[in-house]
Design a protein around this ligand. Structure first.
Ligand SMILES: Cc1cc2nc3c(=O)[nH]c(=O)nc-3n(C[C@H](O)[C@H](O)[C@H](O)COP(=O)(O)OP(=O)(O)OC[C@H]3O[C@@H](n4cnc5c(N)ncnc54)[C@H](O)[C@@H]3O)c2cc1C
Length: 325
């Protein structure tokens, strides 16, 4: 076993709630490790709507999802959290009065307290059936940095909001964007479909991706079956926007009270276990509203209570950040 990462607080989930909690923990002089099964921070925002404007985050009349995540990361980074991305939190145990969280790949984090900000659970992208072996070599499920696709022929597979959002975002950057969908009707919002059509993006319906071909330099072309006919498109990138399944997975067996995939918490955001807290979409109590704004407030409540749980001498009220300079 590699040496455990030792921190005051492990935060499970790097969505908006976990990122803000990480900032807040630093403000309370707690060290953090932030774990996420996705390779990038930002949770649902990064995975599902990075290019959309969000209108109900306090202080921002409108903020693009990607920009909100970047600002949250910048805010958290001033306290230098340890990010463990692309890692699932699997098991929770107690060793000598501290928590031990085992991650896949063998990494271990030891922490005084645990904050679960796992949202709707761990995302597993729906795979592109013909894409075996091409993930990370041309096939992606979401686009962390648009600029990577500058000058590429990009094929987007899917008919939902994400597929159309990627088409809108990539159209000004890519050499060509083609959207491929297996049906003739789309789940995406009609207004977004109209926007994409108006840009002249090529849309191929009733089509299945049957093969991806390339060489050591990467992906070169995508073969489709379109109403029984074979069509070959040049493509250096395929965005498989086929949706995600979400599952609390291993957290289910951590001895918490879980109802309808949500963890029951009290008004301090504590779960059924001492020094294990939850906040954001995953946390549940009467009257809960699942919004980014709610998660931010819950993160502050959880972290301030964790500060006291770890050090009973600490004040619950943190003081004002504006007085911290
Ligand atoms: C299309 C869409 C549009 C939306 N628009 C808005 C809006 O306009 N305004 C608004 O307020 N809200 C909006 N929401 C909801 C908002 O995105 C969520 O409320 C918010 O993302 C919750 O943040 P979170 O950090 O609690 O959880 P999430 O964003 O779900 O992040 C949780 C993270 O935990 C990780 N995770 C889970 N389990 C594990 C594990 N075992 N190990 C490691 N990592 C794990 C996941 O990979 C994920 O990255 C929208 C949601 C969607 C899908």
């Amino acid at each position: 076993m590699t040496a455990p990462t030792e921190v005051d607080l492990i935060i499970i989930g790097a969505g908006p709630t976990g990122l803000f909690a990480s900032y807040y923990a630093g403000f309370r002089e707690l060290t953090t490790a932030v774990v996420d099964s996705l390779p990038e921070p930002g949770g649902q925002i990064t995975a599902m709507y990075p290019e959309k404007q969000i209108f109900d985050v306090a202080g921002f009349p409108a903020v693009r999802g990607r920009d909100l995540v970047a600002a949250l990361v910048e805010q958290a980074d001033q306290w230098k959290p340890t990010y463990l991305l692309g890692r699932r939190a699997l098991a929770l145990s107690e060793v000598d009065g501290r928590f031990r969280v085992e991650l896949d790949g063998g990494a271990v984090v030891d922490a005084g307290a645990v904050l679960i900000t796992a949202g709707i659970g761990e995302f597993t992208p729906r795979p592109l059936p013909a894409g075996d072996g091409w993930l990370g070599r041309g096939v992606v499920h979401f686009v962390p940095a648009l600029d990577v696709h500058r000058g590429q022929d990009v094929v987007i597979v899917g008919g939902g909001d994400s597929a159309f959002d990627w088409a809108l975002a990539l159209h000004p950057i890519a050499t060509s964007v083609t959207l491929v969908h297996r049906r003739s009707r789309f789940r995406a919002m009609p207004a977004t479909v109209r926007q994409v059509e108006a840009l002249g993006v090529r849309i191929i319906t009733d089509a299945q991706v049957t093969d991806l071909r390339g060489d050591n330099d990467g992906l070169k072309e995508v073969e489709l079956s379109v109403s029984g006919e074979t069509v070959v498109l040049p493509a250096q990138a395929v965005v498989a926007a086929l949706g995600f399944t979400a599952d609390l997975g291993p957290i289910d067996s951590w001895g918490l009270e879980i109802d309808h995939r949500s963890i029951t918490v009290d008004s301090t955001m504590r779960t059924a276990r001492e020094r294990v807290y939850a906040a954001g979409d995953v946390a549940s109590y009467p009257g809960k509203v699942k919004l980014i704004a709610t998660g931010f407030g819950e993160a502050a409540t959880a972290v301030n209570n964790i500060a006291v749980a770890l050090n009973p001498e600490a004040h619950l009220f943190p003081g004002h950040s504006s007085s911290a300079e």
